[in-house]
Design a protein around this ligand. Structure first.
Ligand SMILES: NC(=O)c1ccc[n+]([C@@H]2O[C@H](COP(=O)([O-])OP(=O)(O)OC[C@H]3O[C@@H](n4cnc5c(N)ncnc54)[C@H](OP(=O)(O)O)[C@@H]3O)[C@@H](O)[C@H]2O)c1
Length: 181
C-alpha cells in the first residue's frame, strides 16, 4: 500500500496554532486547494479521532472516497457513520492496511494528527509525505509526530512554491533502511 502522509505546518514545525484545534484559520488558501485536489484524486483517507473531531463540520462526504477514523471507541461515533463513506474503526494501523489491501485499495492518504502519524510511522507504513510549510512561526503547538524517538531518513523529491508569500509544498519519500528507534 502506498501511504502518503499529508500535513501542513509552520516554518517552526507546528501543525496546530498553540492549543487551538482548527487549522483552517491559518493555513493558506493555496494549501487548502492542494488538499482538496489531492482528496479528489484518492479513494481512501484515514485520520485519528481528534483530527476528525476538529474537522468534522467541514467534511463533505462523498461516495467517491472512503474516510476511516481510527478510535478505540468506534461506538461513540455510531450516528456519524455512513456506509462506504465514513467508517470508525479500532483496528491497528497494520490491521487496517491489511484489510484495505484485501479490498483492493493500493493508495491511502494519511491526514493526521500527530498520534495517528506516530502509530503508522512506528509500524513503518508511511511511504511518502506531502508537507506544506506555511511561512509563519507559532512557537508552540503540535508537531507532525507525537513524541517518539526515531531517526527516519526522507528523500526530497519535489519542491513547489504555492504562492507569493512563500508557502512551500515538499514531497518526500520515506526510507526505513537505516531507521533507528
Ligand atoms: N496541520 C495539519 O496538517 C493537521 C492535520 C491533522 C490534524 N491536525 C491537528 O492535530 C490535532 C489532532 O491531533 P492529535 O495528535 O491530537 O490526535 P489524532 O492523531 O488526530 O487522534 C488521536 C486519536 O486516535 C485514536 N487512535 C486509534 N488508534 C490509535 C493508535 N494506535 N495510536 C494513537 N491514537 C489512536 C485515539 O482515539 P480515541 O481517543 O477516540 O480512542 C486517539 O485519541 C487537531 O488539533 C488537528 O486540528 C493538524
Amino acid at each position: 500500500m502506498n501511504i502518503t502522509l499529508i500535513m501542513v505546518e509552520t516554518a517552526d514545525g507546528k501543525t496546530t496554532k498553540w492549543q487551538e484545534n482548527a487549522i483552517h484559520g491559518w493555513s493558506s488558501e493555496e494549501d487548502r486547494n492542494h488538499f482538496h485536489d489531492l482528496i479528489a484524486s484518492h479513494t481512501l483517507l484515514v485520520m485519528g479521532s481528534k483530527t476528525y473531531d476538529s474537522v468534522k463540520k467541514q467534511v463533505h462526504l462523498s461516495p467517491h472516497i472512503l474516510r476511516i477514523v481510527l478510535t478505540r471507541t468506534p461506538d461513540r461515533y455510531g450516528k456519524d457513520a455512513k456506509d462506504g463513506q465514513l467508517e470508525f474503526s479500532d483496528e491497528s494501523p497494520v490491521q487496517l492496511v491489511t484489510r484495505m489491501e484485501a479490498l483492493g485499495y493500493t493508495r491511502m492518504l494519511l491526514a493526521g494528527g500527530s498520534e495517528i502519524n506516530r502509530a503508522f510511522l512506528e509500524d513503518r507504513l508511511i511511504t511518502d509525505c506531502l508537507i506544506t510549510i506555511e511561512p509563519r512561526f507559532f512557537g508552540s503547538g503540535k508537531s507532525i509526530l507525537a513524541p517518539v524517538k526515531t531517526d527516519t531518513a526522507l528523500t526530497l523529491t519535489e519542491v513547489k512554491r504555492l504562492n507569493a508569500q512563500g508557502t512551500l509544498l515538499l514531497r518526500y519519500t520515506v526510507s526505513y533502511e537505516h531507521t533507528t528507534d
